[in-house]
Design a protein around this ligand. Structure first.
Ligand SMILES: Nc1nc2c(ncn2[C@@H]2O[C@H](COP(=O)(O)OP(=O)(O)O)[C@@H](O)[C@H]2O)c(=O)[nH]1
Ligand SMILES: [Mg+2]
Length: 300
C-alpha cells in the first residue's frame, strides 16, 4: 500500500548562473530533467521537478540564473521568470559555490532576503574543495550575510549531502495533499523535455554565440510500436550559423543528434529515433512575437 502524502510544497532553487541549480535539481529528483552546461543561462524556462517520497511531495522550481545586468528583451525575460519564482513558495534554497561569495551572488542574495520566505543556503561544488576546513570560515561569513535557516555544504555532482538537504527541506513543507499526481517528475511534457535535451547538446558542443542564437521546436513526437519517433527543428538567427551547426559532412549535427538521442532514451526509457533539421529565423531572440510563438513568454 502506498503511503498517504500529507505534506507538499514549492521550493525554489535560486542563485547566479552556473552555481549548479539545474544539476542539483536533477540530483534531488534522481532523473535528468533539467539541462545543464558550463555556460551561463543554459536554463531558459521555469521548470518544476517533482519528488514524491514517503509522506511528502517536494516540488522544486528550477530557474534561469538571476543576473544584475540583464540587457535585451530575452535576458530581461529570463530575469522576470527567475524573479517571479521567488514569490509564493514555501522555502528558497540559495546556492553559492565552495569557492566563496562573489559579486554575482549579491544580487540573488538581496532578492531572496527581501521575500520574507525561509532561505536555506546550499554551498555547492564541495567536491572541488581541496581542504574541507575552508568551509568553516565560509559558513561563518555566510551567517553574517543573512539569517539563513540552515547552511548545507553539498555536491550536486557527486550527490554528497544532498540527502541531508532534502531532509531539511522536508521541514518547510506545509501540510496539504499532493499538488501533482505521485508519478509525475515534472510539470513539463515529454515534448518540452525532448526539445531541452537537444538544446543542451548545442550548449555543450558549440562556442560563443551559437547556443544563445538557437531555439528548438519539436515537430513530431510519436510512439510507433516500441520506438519513439521524434523530429525537431533547431532554429538559428542567421544564415551563417547554419553551416556551423551542421558541420563538415553534417558531422557536428550528427553528434548533437546522437547524444541527445541517448539522453532521451534514458529519460523516456524507450528506444528513440531522432531526426534534426536546422532552419533560419532571423533575429528571433529580439523579436517578441517569435519568443511568444516558441513558448518563451507565457511563463510569468
Ligand atoms: N564540480 C562540480 N561541478 C558542478 C556541481 N554542480 C554543478 N556543476 C557544474 O557547474 C556547471 C553549471 O551547472 P548548472 O547546473 O547548469 O548551473 P545553473 O546555471 O545554476 O543551473 C555545469 O558544468 C555543472 O556540471 C558540483 O557539485 N561539482
Ligand atoms: Mg540551470
Amino acid at each position: 500500500m502506498p503511503e498517504t502524502i500529507t505534506c507538499s510544497g514549492l521550493i525554489t532553487l535560486a542563485g547566479r548562473p552556473n552555481v549548479g541549480k539545474s544539476t542539483l535539481l536533477n540530483r534531488l529528483i534522481g532523473q535528468k530533467i533539467s539541462v545543464t552546461s558550463s555556460r551561463a543561462q543554459t536554463t531558459r524556462h521555469r521548470l518544476l521537478g517533482i519528488k514524491t517520497t514517503g509522506q511528502a511531495q517536494i516540488i522544486y522550481v528550477d530557474t534561469p540564473g538571476l543576473h544584475a545586468h540583464n540587457k535585451g528583451l530575452f535576458n530581461r525575460h529570463l530575469n522576470r521568470v527567475a524573479g517571479s519564482s521567488l514569490f509564493g513558495v514555501d522555502c528558497i534554497v540559495l546556492l553559492i559555490t565552495s569557492k566563496g561569495w562573489t559579486e554575482a551572488d549579491e544580487y540573488p542574495l538581496r532578492l531572496v532576503s527581501k521575500t520574507g520566505i525561509p532561505v536555506i543556503l546550499a554551498i555547492n561544488k564541495i567536491d572541488q574543495l581541496k581542504d574541507r576546513r575552508l568551509l568553516l570560515p565560509l559558513i561563518a561569513q555566510s551567517n553574517r550575510k543573512m539569517a539563513f535557516k540552515e547552511i548545507v555544504p553539498v555536491s550536486a555532482r557527486t550527490g554528497e549531502n544532498t540527502h541531508d538537504l532534502e531532509n531539511i527541506i522536508l521541514k518547510y513543507l506545509p501540510e496539504q495533499p499532493p499538488l501533482y499526481p505521485v508519478d509525475r517528475i515534472s510539470d513539463r511534457g515529454e515534448r518540452f523535455l525532448a526539445a531541452e535535451l537537444v538544446r543542451e547538446q548545442i550548449f555543450r558542443g558549440f562556442q560563443q554565440e551559437v547556443p544563445y542564437a538557437t531555439a528548438v521546436s519539436i515537430d513530431r513526437f510519436e510512439r510507433i510500436r516500441q520506438t519513439l519517433h521524434i523530429q525537431a527543428t533547431i532554429w538559428v538567427e542567421r544564415d551563417g550559423q547554419k553551416p556551423i551547426l551542421i558541420g563538415k559532412d553534417g558531422k557536428r549535427l550528427k553528434t548533437v543528434g546522437s547524444r541527445a538521442r541517448q539522453a532521451m532514451e534514458k529519460l523516456f526509457d524507450n528506444k528513440v529515433h531522432l531526426r534534426l533539421w536546422v532552419k533560419v529565423r532571423e533575429g528571433w531572440s529580439d523579436n517578441e512575437r517569435a519568443l511568444r510563438s516558441l513558448g518563451y513568454l507565457d511563463e510569468t
